[in-house]
Design a protein around this ligand. Structure first.
Ligand code: NAD
Length: 396
């Protein structure tokens, strides 16, 4: 159970790059990092607009001299202080992740980076090598993976409750971008521009979330081949897709299917994962994260509830309030930041045994997400009359 006791002796002095006043994701980073006393926000370069960032940082309680114009100034100034930051989170648009993570590692900082980690697997491998050389962690905020019932699914699948795994059905499929909302929304505008978003829109922006959850639930499954079809239903988004279907063939014969979509009109989040075995299935939906549906062939369906004694101990470890009271995305993110802090501490102490016991989305998870997107989009654009259509089968 997590109850607010400070896990480490002292909070880790922590900085934030991006996540400014109007950003979508900055607040949940701060809320999650500060929730359990594992981090203290003491510095930042919060905004592309230096003055706006400085003012915002001060309103967050950061002293004026530690609110910097950009990440370079932040890392340089903090390195000179005896009480300087030891970790930084990167919550900026995708095109900046690689250079900021690289600079942070060179500055000797642990890093938490937004997904997608970077644009290419070559860049991700560079960060992997650098994090090893510097003995620093890179965590990636696949925030939904902090929901406790994902651990329950992992334990049940490992125990063989479903029988041999046959099918993994995944989707993250919302309707918020069914029209060209980017015309009026800067937060969406960069997402559909390859210069800032990278080689994909929905695959990297949302598809990688259920993909990572599938690797948590099913660590033994390895993708052997994949087929991807991408469309730009709002044509101004081409060459980036606002819908994609990916079919994955796993070693051993199981098959997976992932629908990434921002034009599923009427849908809210629509992030779901259903794992189908020879005897039974499990289904988890991020809009009802406190419930896990368990269906045994020929029997009435069961709904397992977060916080109940009948769950596996791994699914109770991060419980904060007990069963019945709903926990949500903010708690899931707090669980992740709690684990990031433990991983940073174990890494600093070079305690490999402790580190191996902490399950968190690490640089390998970041690399896998980037590699998956790369494999999905590695094709030449086809001439299009109507929605952009692309399809490819490749070895993964
Ligand atoms: N993990 C998740 O569930 C999740 C959810 C939403 C967004 N994201 C990711 O978070 C990142 C940011 O997304 P967002 O929706 O918050 O974007 P946003 O456009 O809403 O906000 C970006 C913020 O970064 C600042 N910024 C931009 N460039 C900067 C720079 N060079 N230095 C300092 N600050 C800079 C902007 O001023 C703004 O405050 C993206 O990589 C996105 O994919 C992740």
């Amino acid at each position: 159970m997590i109850n607010g006791e400070i896990a480490l002796g002292q909070p880790i002095p922590w900085g934030l790059v991006g996540g400014g006043q109007s950003s979508q994701i900055g607040y949940i980073h701060r809320s999650a990092a500060l929730r359990d006393g594992s981090f203290a926000l003491v510095a930042g370069a919060f905004d592309i607009d230096a003055e706006r960032g400085r003012q915002f940082g001060q309103r967050l309680g950061v002293s004026a001299e530690r609110c910097h114009a950009d990440y370079r100034a932040l890392f340089e100034a903090e390195a000179r202080r005896p009480d300087g930051i030891r970790a930084v989170s990167v919550a900026t648009p995708n095109d900046t992740h690689f250079e900021i993570c690289q600079a942070a590692l060179h500055a000797g900082l642990h890093v938490v980076c937004e997904k997608p980690l970077c644009f290419t697997s070559a860049q991700a491998r560079e960060l992997l090598a650098l994090s090893g050389a510097k003995n620093k962690i890179v965590g990636v905020t696949y925030g939904y993976s902090g929901h406790q019932l994902i651990e329950q699914a992992r334990a049940m699948i490992a125990r063989g409750d479903l029988g041999q795994i046959r099918i993994v059905q995944m989707q993250f499929s919302h309707g918020f971008h069914s029209t060209a909302v980017e015309a009026a929304n800067p937060s969406t505008r960069w997402r559909v521009d390859p210069k800032f978003a990278g080689p994909s829109y929905v695959l990297g922006d949302i598809g990688t979330h259920p993909l990572y959850i599938s690797t948590l639930m099913l660590p033994a499954l390895k993708i052997e081949r994949l087929l991807c079809s991408r469309q730009s239903f709002v044509q101004s988004r081409a060459p980036l897709e606002d819908n994609a279907f990916t079919i994955m063939q796993y070693a051993g014969g199981a098959i997976g299917y992932l629908w990434s979509c921002a034009v599923n009109a009427g849908s809210m989040h629509g992030q779901q994962i259903r794992v189908i075995g020879a005897n039974a299935s499990l289904q988890w939906w991020d809009e009802r994260p406190n419930q896990l549906r368990y269906e045994i062939q020929g029997q009435p369906a069961q709904v397992l509830e977060r916080g109940m004694d009948y769950l596996h101990p791994d699914a109770l470890h991060d419980d904060r309030i007990g069963a019945g009271h709903p926990e949500g995305l903010f708690e899931a993110w707090s669980n992740l930041y709690y684990r990031f802090a433990l991983a940073m501490d174990a890494t600093d102490r070079r305690d490999a045994k402790a580190l191996s016991g902490i399950r968190y989305p690490d640089i390998h998870a970041g690399l896998e997400g980037v590699r998956w997107v790369e494999n999905c989009v590695r094709l030449r654009a086809l001439p299009s009359t109507g929605p952009q259509r692309k399809c490819r089968s490749s070895k993964s």
